[in-house]
Design a protein around this ligand. Structure first.
Ligand code: SIN
Length: 282
């Protein structure tokens, strides 16, 4: 097994490993690499849903998948698997997020206990488009200008639970476009990673984000400043998918977004969410 950087800002590719049969010494090295590089890529995997769940469980207990836009919760028999897809079968989408852009976000941060990690397994990938971008939120925090770094200390952000990253209203939620009153969970704007001890910005998603205790204008102005800073090229890495790729990321110190792709092409990925042992905290 070899481990090499995938991008300048974050990410590593691990080669020479079959995730169906990974021994404890190799798993320990994978776990270390995940904490060091925040996102891991394994190419050429051939996994059943059971294999994918078994490998995901090596990192911790799994959360059930969020409810899809159709109201379906999960793949039959696999409540842990979230389907990311634009494919429509018998008039019904088999997954979530369609073929449009998915905006920058960290997974499920509208919950009090968001998952610490997520893993995607690529089953069908379009010939072009649909790349997924990752952003290093440790580095973004560390590089903040001093004045901005001081301004964010001690603040909390409301992470909106109205819309998913594809812009679709979540099941059971009434659309509210007022960041002050929209539903969501509060988390510190700067969080300390419980395993590495490093500090990272924890922004969640931009739409309906709200910095508690500020006026709406002050909150919008601070969030706009932070968001335009953190998604600079120097903090990001772009992943071009191949069928058989598995990508694991740490939701506590990264964000991700997805490019749009041709709606007539097929894209199907399965995702698991690994439960956190602690809430986001400073
Ligand atoms: C996600 O946000 O989990 C999906 C990303 C993707 O479609 O590549």
């Amino acid at each position: 097994m070899t481990i090499g950087p995938a991008g300048a800002a974050l990410g590593a590719e691990i080669r020479g490993v079959d995730l169906k049969n990974i021994g404890s010494a190799d798993f320990a090295a994978v776990h270390r690499a995940w904490l060091d590089h925040q996102v891991l890529l394994f190419r050429g995997q051939e996994l059943s849903d059971d294999d994918f769940i078994a490998f995901s469980r090596r990192f911790g207990n799994l959360d059930w998948a969020p409810i899809q836009e159709t109201g379906r919760r999960f793949v039959d028999g696999y409540p842990e698997i979230y389907v990311v897809s634009n494919v429509i079968e018998n008039g019904v989408p088999i997954g979530s997020l369609g073929a449009g852009e998915a905006a920058w976000h960290t997974d499920m941060s509208y919950l009090e206990d968001p998952p610490k990690a997520s893993m995607l397994y690529a089953l069908e990938i379009p010939p072009r488009g649909g790349d997924t971008w990752f952003c290093n939120m440790y580095l973004a925090y560390e590089c903040l200008p001093d004045t901005l770094k001081q301004r964010v200390q001690g603040l909390s952000v409301k992470h909106d639970g109205t819309y998913n990253s594809g812009g679709y209203v979540r099941q059971g939620v009434t659309a509210v476009d007022d960041p002050v009153t929209s539903p969501g969970a509060l988390h510190p704007l700067v969080c300390r990673h419980p395993e590495t001890g490093r500090r990272a910005l924890y922004l969640g998603r931009r739409r309906n984000g709200y910095v508690c205790g500020l006026t709406l204008d002050e909150s919008e102005s601070l969030l706009n400043e932070l968001w335009s800073f953190v998604v600079r090229d120097q903090f990001t890495w772009r992943h071009e998918w191949q069928t058989g790729d598995v990508v694991l990321w740490d939701n506590r110190c990264t964000m991700h977004r997805r490019d749009s792709f041709d709606a007539d092409a097929r894209r199907i990925l399965h995702r698991t969410q690994i439960r956190s042992e602690s809430r986001p905290a400073f």
